[in-house]
Design a protein around this ligand. Structure first.
Ligand SMILES: [Zn+2]
Length: 219
């Protein structure tokens, strides 16, 4: 089975999206035209590795790592972008100076930019998960977390909210590290996918029948 990630925007998301959610379990067939096909090559060509195998290899542009979330750093959860030019700006006040636009801009847009640690049976690594990929994992948008933080004891509530995702497993599509400096860089995740466990089991059983060896057990 192949999964296709479908993103809908604006009125299509509210109109057609609502119908699709209502009918999710009815095995409907979906016809769509005018789609922008994105990321498919990246996902289908990503090389499946474990964390300790995440090193620069010739002819590999993206890796696919099955990892469990170990920690989410609550200190730096988002960045701000100028609404006019979309460049990152320092901080959010009522007015901020955007060096690209060369003027004060009234408001900014907030995007998730979360740093996390993932783990598998071979090791752990730090990742940066941005924008909608982070919304997918945290199941909320930045303003939801900001509201949590405004509550009494907000920092503690935020920590508890984030910690509920510890132990959750995803497939992370990550660009291959640059040669020489990969140990000092936090990798920016290109895509996050739900784990299709039937596909993972099929992959493991194929590996066993090919090599006669069981893969390393998860810790
Ligand atoms: Zn700007």
């Amino acid at each position: 089975m192949t999964f296709v990630w479908l993103s809908l925007w604006n009125e299509i998301a509210t109109r057609e999206g609502t119908h699709m959610l209502d009918d999710l379990n009815n095995n409907n067939i979906l016809f769509a035209t005018g789609l922008k096909v994105d990321n498919f090559d990246v996902i289908s060509n990503a090389k499946r590795v474990q964390i300790k195998q995440f090193v620069s290899m010739p002819n590999v542009q993206h890796y696919r790592i099955l990892g469990r979330i170990e920690k989410i750093y609550e200190e730096h959860l988002w960045i701000y972008k100028c609404k006019t030019c979309f460049r990152e700006v320092e901080n959010q006040y009522d007015w901020i100076f955007c060096s690209q636009c060369g003027e004060d801009v009234e408001t900014t847009t907030t995007f998730f930019n979360i740093k996390m640690v993932i783990k598998d049976c071979t090791g752990s690594m730090e990742l940066l998960v941005k924008h909608t990929k982070a919304e997918f994992i945290l199941r909320c948008v930045p303003s939801d977390l900001k509201k949590l933080m405004l509550k009494e004891n907000g920092v503690q509530i935020l920590k508890e909210y984030l910690s509920q995702f510890y132990g959750h497993t995803y497939v992370f599509i990550i660009p291959a590290p640059q040669p020489m400096n990969h140990e000092h860089c936090v990798s920016v995740v290109t895509f996050v996918l739900k784990v299709d466990w039937s596909e993972e089991c099929l992959h493991i059983s194929k590996g066993i029948s090919r090599t006669g060896k069981e893969p390393m057990r998860s810790s």
